[in-house]
Design a protein around this ligand. Sequence first.
Ligand code: ATP
Length: 418
Amino acid sequence: MKIPKRIIKNLPPVCQLTASVVDAWGGRTYLVGGLVRDLLLDAGALSEANRDWDIAVDLRSTGKGLLGLLKELQNRTGGRYVFHHQFLTGTLMLPELRVDIAHTREESYPQPAVLPEIRPAGIEADLRRRDFTVNALALVLSGPETGTVIDPTGGASDLKHRLIRIIHPLSFIDDPTRIFRAIRFAVRFGFEIESGTLHLMRQAIAAGYPALLTPERILYELRCICRERNALKMLEAVIREGVLAACFPKSSGPEFFGVPVRQVLNELAALVHSGAGEELLMIYLLSRLPVNERFPITREERAAREALMNRNVLLERLSRVRRRSSIYQLLRGVPVRALEILAVLSPGPVRSRLRLYLDELMHVQPQLQAADLIAAGVKPGPQMGRMLERLLVARLDRRVKSRDEELALVHRLQSCNV
Ligand code: ATP
């Protein structure tokens, strides 16, 4: 199968440059990864912004190495490179795009679910180590074969039949992250997981292989899913197939870590329908998963997660306060992301208080600032802090509405020695 020359000509110049340098050295250059898949699905895919550009080079017969190539490309483009010697990969960063460049290699897994050992090899072996047939396609970028698609595993046919199929039977055992990936690609493209692949996927889940993954790798896959347009359907499938429960078998308990699966799915659906993006979905999931200290999550995520886990106390208190300033004082220390989630998931009256805080109260500030108070005779220090707080409360409760009314309040409070 051939891709028309005009499409190849439209690749970013750095692809052509890499191909011509490698060609002059006597090596081979290929475009690989999801880009070739997307190109076969839709010739317009190359023009999408923020594409990942994945190039594979075979330098075995050239006497040169990947590091030499990255240096050469850096000199010629003025970009910057990063080189990962142990993985035989590198990245070239240019102002307008970044390109991942890897040496073609084969790999073996010393144990299930650990990162593979790799050795340089040709393009066919490189494609056969990949996750699914539809991702095991390469496009030749130089020499007489330019434009030819290399397809050793039947990926083009599976694309036509809309199937996600693994390349060898131990695939999910070698790397259980492929379970998440199979679901993600199937939902993204509206493909089916081929029946043999589905069977092996379910066997790997039932046999507990996802539990061998590190939290890093599990969270990476969840973040990839949360970034997708159809994240809800993917998360539903991941939860229904028991993938997450299998990742954390010690804590899994009944249903979804002790919460009815239906409830988790309903809450996820409500969040997605309210327009929640990647960050909120991820925090919600973290609040339902048995996260411990070792989990690589940000400080903000951890704080928001904790607030969500203590939601019952917070919501109960919130249901009892009426005054605008009391709502403010109750919620001001709570991470905003957690409140945004609770504003979607909570019942009526509490929800409207959360929305009031998020849309209005948290942005309220007195007009007078510290310098104005000093000019009005307030001493810097604790008295200033108390005065600013009183002004804020008065503003929140709409007892003062202008700068003059604020000043009048300051004078009144001073006369009472606040
Ligand atoms: P996307 O459109 O989401 O970027 P992609 O197919 O480019 O999809 P990447 O995660 O960027 O996905 O991976 C690039 C390529 O690397 C894949 O197409 C696949 O060939 C290979 N790959 C990625 N992850 C794995 C894996 N876990 N096992 C085997 N091959 C993988």
